[in-house]
Ligand binder design. Structure first.
Ligand code: SAH
Length: 241
């Protein structure tokens, strides 16, 4: 009787474990299917050609960066809420902003607006050193934990006002701004290396435009990419820049 009982417990335990394992494996496979479809339909079919960017977008698990209640929607074609009134950008926007920066391993990148940490992870897959600044303490801390849990050791997250950049680590080969100011912050322009590129959504006359700035022989060249909608870049007192 004792042996039957013990065997029964072992069998039930094994069944429960295999059930858990199956559902985890199924989830992973489902997310991977959705991620590949996202890259094909939302990113490749819309003209993103950089193979490194496509590879990384297929690899980074976007669902790990959104709150549990939003995971099922992680691969949809739009921004998602990450709490504190902030959003993780639409996958296509992450891809195009990354592509225009022409990144490689040796580049040092600064991101303004860490948010969930997803864009920082995409950058960390492509470059050896990533610096990211988040204004809101709760988001910055959570992004730091997420990035650490996923094994990214080449991203440093600072909590503070990104308008000022990160002078201690300047100059940067690339700067990516994921919140929208009404003008290009002068400190960020000053921290851009010769030959460096900055991508930034600038709000002018109530419309936001994604702009690419390139520093060539000390001069800044400006190219408009496309209209976008980002959350505003805020000061520490909550007012808009
Ligand atoms: N890149 C993020 C999405 C960012 S949403 C991601 O991949 O998830 C924009 C973020 O910019 C928000 O988290 C917001 O809190 C932050 N932000 C707004 N003003 C800022 C400022 N002055 N400095 C740094 N971060 C700022």
């Amino acid at each position: 009787m004792f042996y039957i009982g013990r065997n029964l417990i072992v069998i039930i335990f094994a069944l429960l474990c295999s059930g858990t394992f199956c559902s985890r494996a199924e989830n992973t496979a489902q997310y991977s299917y959705l991620r590949n479809r996202m890259v094909k339909e939302q990113i490749e079919d819309r003209g993103i050609r950089d193979t490194a960017v496509l590879r990384v977008m297929r690899k980074v698990e976007r669902h790990r960066f959104v709150p549990p209640g939003q995971r099922a929607r992680a691969y949809e074609d739009g921004p998602l809420s990450i709490g504190c009134g902030q959003t993780i950008s639409q996958p296509y926007i992450v891809a195009i902003m990354t592509e225009v920066l022409s990144l490689d391993r040796k580049k040092k990148v600064l991101e303004i607006g860490t948010g969930s940490g997803y864009q920082a992870a995409v950058l960390a897959e492509l470059c050896d050193s990533v610096f990211s600044i988040e204004l809101l303490d709760a988001l910055g801390r959570r992004a730091r934990d997420t990035l650490a849990a996923l094994g990214y050791t080449n991203v440093q997250v600072k909590i503070g006002d990104g308008y000022q950049g990160w002078p201690e680590h300047a100059p940067f080969d690339a700067i990516i701004v994921t919140c929208s100011p009404t003008h290009v912050p002068q400190p960020l322009q000053d921290q851009l290396a010769e030959g460096g590129k900055m991508v930034i959504p600038v709000e002018e006359k109530m419309n936001q435009e994604l702009i690419l700035l390139t520093r060539r022989r000390g001069r800044i060249h400006r190219t408009a990419i496309e209209p976008v909608r980002f959350v505003p870049m805020l000061r520490e007192d909550g007012k808009k820049y």
